[in-house]
Design a protein. Structure first.
Ligand code: PLP
Length: 394
């Protein structure tokens, strides 16, 4: 059966050259880089090269730090809990954190936990296109605000948020600024020498690196307390033997992804636009968010009269991997700020299907996806009594 992977915002395939680069570190180059013998010493230049790749890809000034973590979830927990320990516990009069309402659960759930422990949180809503402007963030700032945490690009809609503007506002007011850039690496130009970001989260498996490895950029002077105590690895900021092969894979994967930024914003964008234009012709659909403000690989399409799981099931039977983060009718609809902002009728079953491409997606795959998606919508609507009824009534 033909298979087409259109769920690259969930995870990506390992870049074949990254796999080749990692292989020796599972075999002959297995030394612990903290050891003083030749086995340890011989892997260190490769680690340095990988770290250099990441500093270069982000254009991070040299004295800043990149903390290696096990994933973006750990990076997000580290920055939020670290700021809570270092700043909020020390000075509870500055206990206010601002975040968008559409952050990833690794931010939202951590903030929920911090709120139970004395932090005050403002969640800023997105508008009907899934966007949030800098003015809306600025208007949430109070004299108690210690941190703004705003994702660079949203995982569901692909909407790109005004990070440069908000980072400058935060800098001017002496507020710490963190961005979850998981969905931005390799899609948006990131220049940490130009944009005043204090903390930036990333995860290798979102840019064709291995799963289970991520990072947290920490600006010089903005160091956080250690949450994993033990050995002296990572300059004492995160204990635990380094995952050498994965760090080396992440470094090369980031270099490759950032090196393919132009391809992402030309070839991949053209494929995405072709897919989107074709799907927009299906009646009763809404494409969420102006595509000029979206990452070049993402489409979130809302379909009236269709249950999310049924649609995913039909697509899966046709060999297409997609996802729905914001399924179905009323309760979950209102629970999802993106979908409630779009203003769909809560009484009518509908779903939002996310299709996300990568630089490995081919033109033939897009042709096939258009055909299979259109066919799935037609089939499901033909058996949906709710859809038939509401259409007759109009
Ligand atoms: N942040 C965003 C925006 C994401 O999309 C994801 C994964 O879906 C994460 C964080 C968590 O990433 P990880 O799987 O590396 O913990």
């Amino acid at each position: 059966m033909k298979r087409v992977y259109l769920d690259n915002n969930a995870t990506t395939k390992l870049d074949p050259i990254v796999k080749v680069k990692m292989q020796p570190f599972f075999e002959e180059l297995y030394g612990n880089p903290n050891s003083l013998h030749q086995y340890g010493m011989e892997v260190r230049p490769y680690l340095n090269e990988a770290m250099g790749n990441m500093y270069d890809a982000l254009n991070a000034p040299d004295p800043d730090d990149i903390l290696i973590t096990s994933c973006a979830t750990e990076s997000n927990n580290t920055v939020l809990k670290g700021i809570f320990f270092k700043h909020i516990l020390a000075n509870p009069t500055k206990n206010h954190i601002i975040a968008t309402a559409v952050e990833h659960p690794s931010i939202l759930e951590t903030l929920h936990f911090l709120a139970q422990n004395g932090a005050e949180i403002t969640y800023v809503d997105v508008d009907a296109s899934g966007y949030v402007c800098a003015e809306r963030i600025a208007s949430a700032i109070t004299d108690k605000t210690i941190l703004i945490s705003m994702m660079w690009a949203n995982n569901e809609t692909g909407m790109i948020f005004p990070i440069d503007e908000v980072a400058h506002i935060a800098q001017e007011l002496g507020i710490l600024f963190h961005t979850d850039a998981v969905q931005a690496i390799g899609k948006v130009k990131i220049d940490l020498s130009a944009t005043p970001i204090d903390y930036l989260t990333f995860s290798a498996h979102k840019f064709h690196g291995p799963k289970g490895i991520g990072g947290l950029y920490v600006k010089k002077g903005k160091e956080l307390p250690n949450l994993l105590h033990g050995g002296e690895q990572m300059g004492g900021y995160r204990a635990g033997t380094l995952n050498v092969a994965y760090i080396i894979g992440m470094g090369l994967a980031m270099k490759q992804s950032v090196g393919h930024l132009d391809k992402m914003n030309s070839d991949v964008r053209a494929l995405r636009d072709r897919l989107e234009d074709a799907l927009a012709l299906i009646p009763d659909t809404i494409i969420v968010g102006d595509r000029a403000h979206r990452t070049a690989n993402t489409i979130l399409i809302s379909l009236r009269g269709i249950e999310g799981e049924a649609m995913l099931w039909d697509l899966n039977r046709a060999g297409i991997a997609a996802s729905t983060g914001s399924a179905c009718a009323s309760e979950s609809l209102h629970a999802n700020p993106v979908m409630s902002a779009i203003g769909e009728d809560p009484e009518l079953a509908h779903t939002a299907i996310r299709l996300s491409l990568s630089r490995f997606t081919t033109s033939e795959e897009i042709d096939y996806a258009i055909e299979a998606f259109t066919h799935a919508v037609q089939r499901l609507r033909s058996i949906s009594s709710t859809y038939a009824y509401t259409n007759e009534a109009e």
